[in-house]
Design a protein around this ligand. Structure first.
Ligand SMILES: [Zn+2]
Length: 258
């Protein structure tokens, strides 16, 4: 590999490293996810400082190193400033990029996935009143791009279409199978119970994507069911809580009480 290389990337997150440096987690078009060192970038006056902020879309110049590659240059293409300045935008963007970070591997390039992540963050930045449902819809879409098919029509046991619930017997969604199962086909899998209304909302989110989900107006009960479902699905497959989930919940709660 050459001593230096170039790529476009989105800054997922950064953290302090030693006295003066920063580490930067990037999602790049050509190399997939990368972790890089930005030397002396903690100083506010450092040339790199303003160009390695979270959510920036940037042109990167990277130097190979025997240990961790080094960001030699970063020129912002799109700042996505609102994703850092507005609390709600920041909360939704942080949750989304944490999911991207958690569910992707380093150096596995996927230009289609890169474009999707870039497009969603740009859209979020340009949207005046984003809702959490649009971020959740983007996360469900992301799973599809990662190869996990969320099936909400056909039971994975009897392969029959899920019908409206009879006698209050709700359908379930097996997290392991990424698939609904009907009341008579219950497995021992860890699962979420889903009302017909929640299934309809989730189908809509999958077909109309984040743009459509941004227009959804749900009752409190519907929202709570969908919210709990998406976060439980994430927790199951991430094997842990997401760091940004606590912030997300407190911001959403404060908005709901206003
Ligand atoms: Zn069944």
């Amino acid at each position: 590999m050459a001593a230096t290389y170039k790529t476009e990337g989105i800054i997922l997150r950064r953290w302090d490293y030693r006295e003066k440096d920063r580490m930067v987690r990037l999602f790049t078009r050509d190399y997939g996810k990368l972790t890089m060192r930005a030397i002396s970038a903690k100083k506010a006056t450092a040339k790199l400082a303003g160009h390695i902020e979270p959510f920036l879309y940037t042109d990167l110049f990277i130097a190979n190193s025997k240990t961790i590659d080094i960001i030699a240059g970063s020129n912002t293409i799109t700042a996505h400033a609102r994703l850092r300045q507005s609390l709600l935008h920041n909360t939704l963007a942080s949750f989304f990029v944490e999911v991207v970070d958690r569910f992707t591997e380093e150096r596995e390039p996927d230009p289609e996935l890169f474009d999707f992540v870039h497009d969603f963050l740009s859209w979020l930045n340009d949207t005046d009143q984003p809702n959490a449902l649009s971020a959740y819809a983007a996360i469900l879409q992301l799973f599809g791009l990662l190869g996990y098919h969320i099936e909400l029509f056909m039971c994975h046991q009897c392969h029959q279409p899920i019908r409206a619930a009879l006698e209050n017997e709700s359908s379930r969604f097996s997290f392991k199978m990424w698939n609904v199962e009907c009341a008579s086909c219950r497995t021992e899998d860890e699962a979420a119970t889903l009302s017909d209304e929640a299934i309809k909302v989730l189908r809509y989110m999958l077909s109309e994507r984040y743009h459509g989900a941004a227009r959804l107006q749900l009752s409190r009960v519907e929202w709570e069911e969908v919210d709990q479902f998406v976060r439980a699905l994430l927790r199951y497959h991430a094997n842990t809580d997401l760091k940004s989930e606590t912030v997300l919940l407190s911001i959403l709660a404060s908005l709901a009480s206003n």
